[in-house]
Design a protein around this ligand. Sequence first.
Ligand code: ZN
Length: 317
Amino acid sequence: MGVLACAGLVAFVRPSSPATAMSRASARSATTAALRAARVTPAAPAAHGAGAPFPGLDSLRGASRKLRARFLSPGRAAGLTVLRELFGDSAVSRAGVYAAGDSSGAFHFITMRPFADKVKGRIGSYRIGFFPAEQHAARSKAYGNPEGFLEVTSSNADTPISDHFRLRDFLTKDQVNVWPKYLVLREPLVDKLELVLNELRTMGVEAGRLQVMSGFRTPQYNQQGVGAGGRVQDSRHQYGDAADVYVVNGARDWMSDLNRDGLVNTRDAQILADAAARVEGKHPDLVGGIGVYKATSAHGPFVHIDVRGTRARWGAF
Ligand SMILES: [Zn+2]
């Protein structure tokens, strides 16, 4: 990894890139330009998006001000000339994590593998399967194919994408020994989860962290759970804008007793769901599904949160 540093401003380059040819001064100005340019230039709407470009992202760090990454499809990366200036042409054509930052910390541009790199349901040896729109006409734009995939390697999986979440948190939970893995993820979901965490604290609820029980689900993985009482065929989890989460305080990886009544049950999940609903009230562009789930022998109570673009509620509401 190459590192350029100047007066507290750094640009990391991963994988190897022509940045060594760049002077420190130009790295600083280009980095500043990158942050400024990305803030003012509206990005193209995602093919799988639901509505306005980057709903909820009124700046690079999102409504939460806690985002630390922007995901770039090949087309979107090509339009960001500062990405090329800062990291070279390979940043546009080669999937990777490119980090720039200032005194407030690193910010990552992550360029994707194009959707067309998926051949016969796989990229490399990682099984992804076939999206609903590959099998029948999409019922709406929000159910179209994703633009591309984030390539997650064993060395970049811990990249922070916001103050409280890493790339690793959203991976499909299968094929544990296969690398690289591929991930569909949308920034507005991460933004919403950060806002929910903050909202809980504003409500006076102790909220150490939000654990992602299930984030992205590849279509082939989602398909395994489709059926009565199980997953739905067109689950938003396949589109990278849904997560099943619960609040963890302390060492045990389980929903906490949020209302402090001595029990961990659906009432605690309801508090988490209420926080998500309050976030939607303050940020209508992050509207989506909120579902409350009770505990089973396999997991504690949890809440599904997504940013599908239209309001949906289920469970104990
Ligand atoms: Zn879910």
